[in-house]
Design a protein around this ligand. Structure first.
Ligand code: ADP
Ligand code: MG
Length: 397
C-alpha cells in the first residue's frame, strides 16, 4: 500500500503537487475545466491541513521546448476562480529557472498559498526523466504529491524523478483510481464479465490476456472483433482487420478455451459500404459479410446476447467501444452495453480507456458506472497488471 495525503502532515510544509492540467485550450480559452475541477479536493486538502501548494503539470505536446500556445497561464486564472483565492503563476520558460526560483522564495515568505509553475514539457528533461529538472522541482518543496493518474504509466521528471529527492504520496484523485481499479483486479465479486472493444486488438492483447484467467465471461466487440472472426476463418470484407495479429487472436482464443471461460464474439454486425455515418446500413450475420462491406457496430442479436451476460454479472470491466460510437448510426451497440450495465444496479462496474470513457459520458451513462477512470493509457496498463511507475515511486505505508 502506498501512502496518501492522509498519511502525512502538511502543517507549515510546502507540497509540490503534480496535477493533471492537460486541458483543452483553444485560442487561449479553456474549453473544458473538468480536470482543473478534479484537482481541487487534493489542493484543498493540503491547504486545510496548513500547507502551501506549488503545482506542476504538463499541457499538450510542445515540440521544441517553450511555446506560448502551451502556456499554463489560463489554468492559473481558472484555478484561482475555482479556489476563490489568488493563484500565483511562475511564467518561466525554463519552468524552474531564475524567475521561478525568485517567485518561490517570495511565495514562501508571503501569505499566498498557491503557486503554479509553467508547463513541465517546456523542459526536454521532463519526458526523459534525466538531468537536473527533477532535482530543481523537488528543491521547491518538502513533500511531493502525485495526483496525475493520466501520466502514471510514464516515468517522467515531474512524477517519478522528483521522488529521488522528496518523499512522495498519492493525491486523492490517484487514491480513488487505485482503490477502484484494484477492486476489479484483487478479489472481485463473481461472476465477472469483461467487455473489450475499440479499434485495434494489438492495443488490447495485454489486457485481454490478463483477464482470461480472472473472469467468467469475455465479450468482444469493436473493430477488434474482425481479427478474431478472421482467425476463425470468416470473411470480414472491408472491416478494420489486423492481418498480422490473426495468430495472436488464435492464441487468445485457445487460451480462453483452456481456461474454460465464455469467450463471446458477435453473432451479427451493422455494416456500411464506407466509413461514414449513414442510415443506409445493413445488419449481417457474421458469416455473411460481403467483400465490399465494412462492419461499424455490433448487430441487434449481439446486443441482446451481451446484455444477457451483463445482467448476470457482479463485476463488470469495460474497455473499448462496441462500434464507431462517434457516428450516430453506429453508437447503438455501445449504448446498449452501457444500458445493460446501468440496469444491473447491484454490479460493480469500471470503465477504462479514453474513448470508452468519452463514449459513456456522451451517451449519458456517467452516473450509472461505479468508476470511470480518468486515465486512458494508464488505466489500460493498470488493468493489464503492469506496475505503474507513477504509483510505484511513492512511499510505502
Ligand atoms: P479506448 O480509448 O477506450 O481504449 P480505443 O482507442 O481502443 O478505445 O478504440 C476507440 C475507437 O475504436 C473509437 O474511435 C471507435 O470509433 C473505434 N471503433 C470501434 N469499433 C469500430 C469498428 N467496427 N470499425 C472502426 N473503428 C471502430
Ligand atoms: Mg483510445
Amino acid at each position: 500500500m502506498k501512502k496518501t495525503v492522509k498519511d502525512v502532515s502538511f502543517k507549515n510544509k510546502t507540497a509540490l503537487i503534480r496535477a493533471d492540467f492537460n486541458v483543452p485550450i483553444k485560442d487561449g480559452v479553456i474549453t473544458s475545466d473538468k480536470r482543473i475541477k478534479e484537482s481541487l479536493p487534493t489542493i484543498q486538502y493540503v491547504l486545510n491541513d496548513g500547507g502551501k501548494v506549488i503545482l506542476c503539470s504538463h499541457l499538450g505536446r510542445p515540440k521544441d521546448g517553450p511555446d506560448k500556445e502551451f502556456s499554463l497561464e489560463p489554468v492559473a486564472k481558472r484555478l484561482s476562480e475555482l479556489l476563490g483565492i489568488k493563484v500565483l503563476f511562475a511564467n518561466d520558460d525554463k519552468v524552474t529557472g531564475s524567475i521561478a526560483d525568485e517567485m518561490v522564495k517570495e511565495f514562501k515568505n508571503s501569505d499566498d498559498k498557491v503557486l503554479l509553475l509553467q508547463n513541465t514539457r517546456f523542459r526536454k528533461e521532463e519526458t526523459k526523466n534525466a538531468g537536473d529538472f527533477a532535482k530543481q522541482l523537488a528543491s521547491y518543496a518538502d513533500i511531493f504529491v502525485n495526483d496525475a493518474f493520466g501520466t502514471a504509466h510514464r516515468a517522467h521528471s515531474s512524477n517519478v524523478g522528483v521522488c529521488a529527492y522528496l518523499p512522495g504520496v498519492l493525491g486523492l484523485l490517484m487514491e480513488k483510481e487505485v482503490t477502484m481499479l484494484s477492486k476489479v483486479m484483487d478479489n472481485p465479486k463473481k461472476p465477472i464479465v469483461a467487455i473489450f472493444g475499440g479499434a485495434k486488438v494489438s492495443d488490447k492483447i495485454g489486457i485481454i490476456t490478463n483477464f482470461i484467467n480472472k473472469v467468467d465471461t469475455i465479450l468482444i466487440g469493436g473493430a477488434m472483433m474482425f481479427t478474431f472472426l478472421k482467425a476463425q476463418g470468416l470473411q470480414t470484407g472491408k472491416s478494420l482487420t489486423e492481418e498480422d495479429k490473426i495468430d495472436v487472436a488464435k492464441e487468445i482464443l485457445a487460451k480462453a478455451k483452456e481456461a474454460g471461460i465464455k469467450f463471446l464474439l458477435p453473432v451479427d454486425v451493422k455494416t456500411a459500404k464506407a466509413y461514414e455515418d449513414t442510415k443506409d446500413f445493413k445488419i449481417k450475420k457474421i458469416n455473411n459479410i460481403d467483400s465490399d462491406e465494412m462492419g461499424l457496430d455490433i448487430g441487434p442479436d449481439t446486443m441482446d446476447l451481451f446484455a444477457g451476460e451483463i445482467k448476470k454479472a457482479a463485476t463488470v470491466v469495460w474497455n473499448g467501444p462496441m462500434g464507431v460510437f462517434e457516428f450516430e448510426n453506429f453508437a447503438q451497440g455501445t449504448l446498449k452495453v452501457a444500458q445493460a450495465i446501468a440496469d444491473n444496479k447491484d454490479c460493480f462496474s469500471v470503465v477504462g480507456g479514453g474513448d470508452s470513457a468519452s463514449a459513456v459520458k456522451k451517451l449519458g451513462f456517467e452516473k450509472n458506472i461505479s468508476h470511470i477512470s480518468t486515465g486512458g493509457g494508464a488505466s489500460l496498463e493498470f488493468l493489464e497488471g503492469i506496475t505503474l511507475p507513477g504509483i510505484e515511486a511513492m512511499s510505502d505505508k
